[in-house]
Design a binder for this molecule. Structure first.
Ligand SMILES: Nc1nc2c(ncn2[C@@H]2O[C@H](COP(=O)(O)OP(=O)(O)O)[C@@H](O)[C@H]2O)c(=O)[nH]1
Ligand SMILES: [Mg+2]
Length: 199
């Protein structure tokens, strides 16, 4: 995909602040600090479009980016992991579930994971949650550049085994090094194209 334009479309703390429905959307979910904003920046080739920070759990809003005037990339707040108060957790849950259930043109959801951590029930549960809603999950292990090449194949096998068939072909990317980004774009192109072709 050639990116000609990428802009901030909305920052939403509640469903009322979501931008107009209509364009297809791809959401990015994952633990705080896993690299969601960095990956969005890398995919659109902008350093500072999505805000990235070393401080985990800072973002409590859903951020919508309009790309090429044709689709949205949606930066979700760190899904279900942040160490926050019960009240904040409830607000977060309402916001994220509200987004997934808002009847938007969500053609896929990229779930970002750190390849150096074991895949947990929470991740597998999230994949099933998406499928139940009819949203295609795209599992991406990021920060792959931080894994030494000697460790890669063993780690890859381990992570794949932990998904136990729930995810067939996860992708491995290094947002800092651009490794694997082309393959990821191919997947995203497919999702966006499938949507275009359907009634
Ligand atoms: N080496 C490396 N660092 C990354 C990668 N992706 C993110 N980071 C770093 O991880 C930290 C958190 O990234 P960020 O995008 O803010 O995470 P978010 O909270 O999920 O949006 C930042 O310091 C990034 O520079 C990657 O692919 N490789
Ligand atoms: Mg972020």
């Amino acid at each position: 995909m050639r990116i000609t334009q990428a802009e901030l479309a909305a920052i939403a703390a509640s469903a009322r602040q979501f931008p107009e429905k209509g364009l297809p959307e791809i959401a990015f979910a994952g633990r705080s600090n896993v690299g969601k904003s960095t990956l969005i920046n890398a995919l659109v080739g902008r350093r500072q479009l999505a805000y990235t920070s070393g401080t985990p759990g800072k973002t409590r809003q859903i951020i919508f980016f309009r790309v090429n005037g044709a689709f949205y990339f949606v930066d979700l707040p760190g899904y279900g992991y942040a160490k926050v108060s019960q009240a904040e957790r409830r607000q977060f849950k309402t916001l994220v579930e509200g987004y997934f259930n808002a009847g938007r043109r969500l053609v896929g959801c990229v779930l970002l994971l750190d390849p150096r951590r074991p895949v947990g029930e929470e991740e597998i549960g999230f994949v099933h949650y998406l499928r139940d809603l009819g949203i295609r999950p795209v599992v991406v292990f990021t920060k792959w550049d931080r894994v030494k090449s000697a460790q890669r194949s063993a780690l890859l096998k381990q992570r794949q085994a932990e998904f136990a068939g729930a995810v067939k072909k996860p992708l491995y990317v290094g947002a800092r090094t651009s490794e694997g980004l082309e393959l990821l774009w191919k997947e995203l192109d497919k999702l966006l194209a499938v949507e275009e072709g359907s009634p």
